[in-house]
Design a protein around this ligand. Structure first.
Ligand code: NAP
Length: 312
């Protein structure tokens, strides 16, 4: 499905996701003009220099002025204040969306500021890497990746279709679900794995200096695969943990119980239980490969990172 060409698109936040959207819009010719906003002069200058936006503005409100499609691509914790700031600049009939990794909290923060006549449709592209900033984006980030839209009650079907077409033209496959369901699914598929990675890498960071150099040397034993997730942006993940705290705490509770059971199998030398668990988990990888979300090679996306996306 090819998208309409928007007259003016505004990208609020020009980091990994904002810049990748800019590149994808340019690649597919989806806008006559892309206006961008970032907090710092440095990011704004870099965005213009790279060329994934046509103009940049010192305020989000100026960038959003007169735009037909506004994509809020700032950390989850900043979505509310940005929405408040741009509210007066949004034109009737415009589509306002976001890319935040937690949806219920973003909806709570943004919705009260959405003016009458503006179509607010929250979204989340399930694509990313461990890098951040305007130089980290690339046009193919969303290719073959899911983008989840979480429309609120009463969403205009035509606006929803237009946004769906937009994401498909950026390379994504689009699915819809409730914000609540999204948050539960992402808590297990993305948020918990990141927390585990942050925790294990944090444990190593607290080891004695001697042991740390050994860890770096022999990291191919498995540790390095966690470091990629644990190198993800600290602000983004701080906000995600707080925004999706309920679903994440639920998943952490289950994870901790299962870890305790595993500890018991090891202490008791229960070979049968260990083997049964490790066999079951292999099957999960096969399913992910079959779903086209990973290649069969056991490189954990290191070589294929650009094709497959990384964290998220
Ligand atoms: P990023 O690379 O760190 O970029 C964040 C952008 O937002 C920067 O342009 C930054 O401006 C701006 N910004 C930061 N704090 C702000 C604030 N308080 N007010 C206004 N602007 C602010 O982040 P990202 O990875 O693109 O993530 C952006 C959003 O995408 C997040 O909501 C995240 O949950 C979601 N997401 C991320 C991924 C991923 O894997 N990274 C995947 C899917 C969705 P300056 O550069 O000027 O500081």
């Amino acid at each position: 499905m090819s998208s309409e060409i928007f007259d003016r698109v505004a990208i609020i936040g020009l980091g990994l996701i904002g810049s990748s959207i800019g590149h994808a819009i340019k690649r597919a010719g989806l806008a006559h003009h892309i206006a961008g906003y970032a907090r710092t002069e440095k990011t704004r200058k870099k965005a213009l220099e790279i060329g994934f936006v046509d103009t940049v503005y010192e305020t989000a409100a100026q960038a959003a002025e007169g735009a037909d499609l506004i994509l809020v691509c700032v950390p989850v914790g900043a979505c509310g204040s940005v929405s408040r700031e741009i509210a007066g600049s949004l034109k009737p009939g415009a589509i306002l969306t976001d890319v935040g990794s937690a949806k219920e909290a973003v909806i709570r923060a943004m919705r009260p500021h959405v003016p009458e006549g503006v179509h607010f449709i929250p979204g989340h592209p399930i694509a990313g890497t461990e890098n951040s900033g305007p130089e980290s984006g690339f046009a193919t980030l969303f290719d073959g990746r899911w983008c989840i839209l979480t429309p609120v009650a009463g969403t205009n079907p035509e606006a929803l279709q237009r946004l769906t077409n937009f994401w498909e033209s950026c390379g994504s496959m689009v699915d819809q679900m409730s914000a609540d369901h999204h948050d539960q699914v992402l808590a297990i598929t993305s948020h918990l794995p990141h927390l585990i990675a942050y925790n294990i890498v944090g444990t190593v960071a607290d080891l004695e200096e001697d042991s740390k150099s050994e860890v770096a040397k022999f990291s191919a034993g498995g540790f390095r695969d966690f470091t990629r997730l644990a190198a993800s942006d600290p602000i983004m993940w701080r906000d995600v943990c707080i925004a999706n705290r309920e679903a994440l705490l639920e998943m952490l509770g289950r994870f901790t119980e299962d870890l305790s059971a595993l500890q018991r199998y090891i202490r008791r030398g229960d070979a049968e239980k260990l083997q049964a668990l490790f066999t079951r988990t292999r099957d999960m990888r096969r399913k992910i490969v079959e779903a086209g979300q990973e290649t069969p090679e056991v490189d954990f996306g290191r070589h294929a990172a650009d094709d497959l996306g990384g964290p998220e």
